[in-house]
Design a protein around this ligand. Structure first.
Ligand code: B3K
Ligand code: ZN
Length: 884
């Protein structure tokens, strides 16, 4: 018989004395406290009676004692704001259960039992978008990391693996499509206009990979034949009106499946692979087994509504989620401290895939730009953490650039040291050894040692030490010998005052100035605090090219003459190193000019050196336009700030703009010519046409600084002539930063043209919030009242406020108004969607590295947030760490 009751406390239930002793998760979770769970849950059966406002869930868990864990007389089933409507053990109602805060504790006398728990949830009220939520009339789940506990009571930890059988029923008219993980086993009609479906996933998985979708969707369907000849049905599910924009996603999926077979030997393991696009989603996408759920932003693309960058984003994220099927799902994480095991590795896999699909050097530069723009600042601020953290309070806060992007760089270094072939042996061994398991980062490193033949003893420091290592490089030349002096320093980070030296693989080459040749690239692994290496046979002082291909995620301080940088910017045969020389030239100049250390003559000299380097980039016929476009991008204000101990964002912005103006004026006719040449290339997705579009907008950006009126005319003409979103958005981006009537006209036109297309309206918000316009802050405030703005949709929130928070000149307004605005956003968003709210905190958290006036204003806003009552665990953790 079922029992229905209100929750009791352990104290209130004498039978639950044992349960009260069951340890519960402390406020701070520590890696060292990991213990295997006392119970195994080999099978789970879920029965959903679906409704937008009320969904009933009956969960049946088959449990038995875990012989490899300390025995417990109770089982702790995690919950989050759930009420257990009914609890049964072995088919009988029981009173031997109690609530311990949000968790349900059930007494289990024997070694094996069946537990059944009934809960009711309201998906419409779920604005946090974790667990089961409603989006645009459909139902959808997000369970990673701890969302499953918002659906039903469960040991919601990644080391509890179960096979899932899911039955769902609901009104056919509302939810004609019913999806879950694995294979569809049966379906049928129910009573009163309902229908049902039963899904079974044969692969044991943790609860974070569970997914359910119910809605009015249509599929773009295709098939893929795996390397062993099995046919897999592929579906990309979207709203009917979006079907025409799913072609690129489908192509990307098939390419990913083939690439993973060819490059990593990984074959897909179910007969069906479903992707669903939803418009309300906290992140990019989610790799649920056999049922990936995607933000529409990473599925929908066509030339009229998506830029070349968007096309790349779709391809990369489709690949990333698909690759998780092996690196994440077949081999999952033992606990959330191991998150980088799946995320770092999978990011590396998607980066290598994208390198193979397009221009490898350009992709590498883009990835390094992301690392420097997002991860370096994290690593040098109050939220710095190792790629395998030691503690957390809210795991959602640890889906960071460090875990993802630095995690990828760490594995990439192993690949660089081992070589591609040996690396593959290492990954093969890792997958063989740990298939079906919940593994650790240590397991990965061990497999690399055993499979790839590397000694990674000292390399393990990369997993436990936070902070971006600084490598100081000095080249001495005497007689025919060049001596390279290298020193490394890993800076102190919160909780880690002292660091050990780490192995740093540096690819280098020594160029002969006259011939512009070198005698081959070498790999040097710096594993001491200081080291020197000698190279003979150099009658003349060579030019050093180092950290080629960005072989290590470090910051290099090189004692190098401006002329040598100009030489490398023109001649280095490693595209990344060439880009880097140009960047260093600009960074070096802007650093000195911002610090006020440069007189006018020296400044003019540096500006003309940079201008002629840019001129040779424009003139170099050997360069393709994609690469030319990269070389033309000035280092970002965020990265420039990162290279300074204490940054003055106002001065950085002014000097960077002044340099851009100088270049724009000096090379005006070259940029106009470039724009004209590129404008004659017709639209296609070829590298040539994409490159043309890239340089076209770069040319307009320089002209916008050098000759705003001419730029406005050209941009308006580009906008009007555009037959694709890349050109149209590029033109509007430039116009947004300028004054004048064309700005207003084109903004109105863009909105009217795309009104109703959420992803394009997001662009419209983001272009204005991220613009160079001096009134960007005022524009953002006005846009918050626009009828299309809502705090309930994360894409829209990000398009307005994230674009603003990462727009340095607007965010760092001298009177602190930008900080106050973002603090207001955090406070307003926190009760609605804490995960998204907490994502805004790191920008304010940079206060220690900003000049004193602004720094105090930033801190004041953090204190205001900290003092607010009822903050979520997400925001509270980020704010308190930022103030510590
Ligand atoms: N694994 C998910 C991220 C989940 C984030 C939870 N806050 C997507 C991905 O990295 O592939
Ligand atoms: Zn991932």
């Amino acid at each position: 018989m079922d029992i229905a009751r209100t929750p009791s406390t352990p104290e209130g239930n004498p039978e639950m004395a044992d349960a009260a002793r069951e340890p519960k998760a402390p406020a701070t979770i520590r890696r060292e406290d990991y213990r295997p769970f006392a119970w195994l849950v080999p099978e789970v059966s879920l029965d959903f009676d679906l409704g937008l406002e009320s969904t009933k869930v009956v969960a049946t868990l088959t449990v038995r004692r875990n012989p490899n864990a300390e025995a417990s007389p109770t089982i702790r089933l995690n919950g989050d704001a759930l009420v257990p409507v009914r609890v049964k053990v072995d088919g009988e109602a029981t009173t031997s259960w109690a609530m311990d805060d949000d968790d349900l504790l059930v007494s289990l006398p024997g070694d094996a039992h069946q537990i059944e728990v009934t809960t009711h949830i309201n998906p419409t009220e779920n604005t946090a978008l974790m667990g089961l939520f409603a989006s645009n009339g459909m139902l959808c789940t997000q369970c990673e990391a701890e969302g499953f506990r918002r659906i039903t009571f469960f040991p919601d930890r990644p080391d509890v693996l179960s096979t899932y059988r899911v039955r769902m029923s609901g009104p056919t008219a509302l939810f004609p499509v019913l999806l879950s993980n694995g294979n569809l086993e049966s379906e049928g009609e129910g009573e009163g206009g309902t229908h049902w479906a039963e899904w079974h996933d044969p692969w044991p998985k943790p609860s974070y990979l569970f997914a359910l979708v119910a809605g009015d969707l249509i599929a773009n369907s295709d098939t893929f034949t795996t390397m062993s000849g099995r046919e897999v049905a592929l579906n990309i599910w979207v709203r009917e009106s979006d079907e025409g924009r799913t072609g690129h996603a489908m192509e990307s999926l098939k390419k990913s499946m083939r690439w993973d077979e060819e490059v990593f030997g990984r074959e897909y393991d179910l007969d069906l692979f479903n992707i669903v696009a939803v418009s309300d989603f906290n992140m990019g996408a989610m790799e649920n087994k056999g049922l990936n759920v995607f933000n529409t932003k990473y599925v929908l693309a066509d030339e009229d509504t998506a830029t070349d960058g968007d096309f790349d984003g779709v391809e990369g994220v489709i690949a990333h989620e698909y690759f998780h099927n092996w690196s994440g799902n077949r081999v999952t994480c033992r606990d959330w401290f191991q998150l980088s095991l799946k995320e770092g590795f999978t990011v590396l896999r998607d980066q290598l895939f994208s390198q193979d699909m397009g221009s490898a050097p350009v992709k590498r530069i883009e990835d390094v730009r992301v690392l420097r723009g997002a991860q370096f600042p994290e690593d040098s601020g109050p939220l710095a953490h190792p790629i395998r953290p030691d503690s957390y309070r809210e795991i959602s806060n640890f889906y960071t650039a460090t875990i993802y992007n630095k995690g990828a760089e760490v594995i990439r270094m192993m690949r660089t040291m081992a070589g591609e072939e040996a690396f593959r042996k290492g990954t093969d061994l890792y997958f063989d050894r740990h298939d079906g398991e919940a593994a650790t980062c240590e397991d990965f490193v061990k497999a690399m040692e055993d499979g790839a033949g590397l000694d990674l003893e000292q390399f393990r420091w990369w997993y436990s030490q936070a902070g971006t290592p600084k490598v100081t490089v000095r080249l001495e030349h005497e007689g025919d010998t060049a001596t390279l002096h290298l020193a490394q320093d890993v800076p102190p980070t919160p909780g880690q005052p002292k660091k050990q030296p780490m192995p740093i693989p540096l690819k280098l080459a020594l160029f002969d100035r006259e011939s512009a040749q070198h005698h081959g690239e070498q790999l040097v692994v710096l594993n001491k605090a200081e080291d020197s290496l000698s190279f003979t046979g150099f009658a003349k002082r060579p030019v050093l090219s180092i950290n080629r291909g960005f072989s290590a995620p470090v910051s290099i301080e090189r004692d190098i003459a401006q002329d040598d940088l100009v030489f490398l910017a023109a001649h280095d045969d490693d595209p990344f190193a060439r880009y880097e020389a140009l960047q260093d030239l600009v960074v070096g100049h802007l650093k000195t000019v911002v610090s006020g250390e440069l007189d006018n003559t020296a400044r003019d000299h540096a500006r003309s050196a940079i201008t002629s380097a840019i001129a040779s980039v424009l003139a170099d016929e050997a360069l393709d336009d994609l690469m030319r476009g990269e070389l033309l991008i000035l280092p970002s204000e965020t990265y420039l700030a990162e290279t300074m101990l204490i940054a003055d964002p106002g001065r950085i912005h002014a000097e960077r703009q002044a340099l851009r103006t100088h270049i724009g004026k000096a090379l005006e006719s070259e940029f106009v010519d470039l724009h004209e040449r590129a404008s004659s290339v017709p639209y296609s997705l070829s590298a040539e046409a994409r490159g043309a579009r890239k340089v076209k907008t770069q040319a307009l950006i320089y002209l916008g600084a050098g000759n705003p009126e001419r730029a406005a005319d050209l941009a308006a003409a580009q906008y009007d002539a555009a037959d694709n979103m890349t050109d149209r958005q590029g033109a509007l981006l430039v116009l947004c930063g300028l004054q004048g009537v064309e700005r207003t006209n084109k903004l109105i036109d863009f909105y009217n043209r795309y009104q109703g297309n959420a992803l394009v309206v997001d662009k419209w918000f983001a272009l204005q919030a991220g613009s160079m316009h001096p009134s960007a802050l005022a524009h953002v405030k006005a846009l918050a009242d626009h009828p299309d703005f809502t705090m309930k949709n994360p894409n829209r929130v990000r398009s307005l406020y994230m674009a603003f928070a990462y727009n340095p000149h607007a965010f760092h307004a001298e009177d602190g108004e930008g900080y106050r605005l973002i603090a207001d956003v955090i406070l307003a968003l926190d009760p609605i969607n804490p995960q998204t709210a907490a994502r805004f905190v790191p920008q304010l958290g940079r206060w220690r590295r900003i000049e004193p006036g602004r720094s105090a204003l930033m801190r004041k806003q953090l204190e205001r947030i900290a003092a607010a009552p009822g903050l979520s665990r997400d925001t509270h953790e980020q704010v308190s760490r930022s103030l510590d």
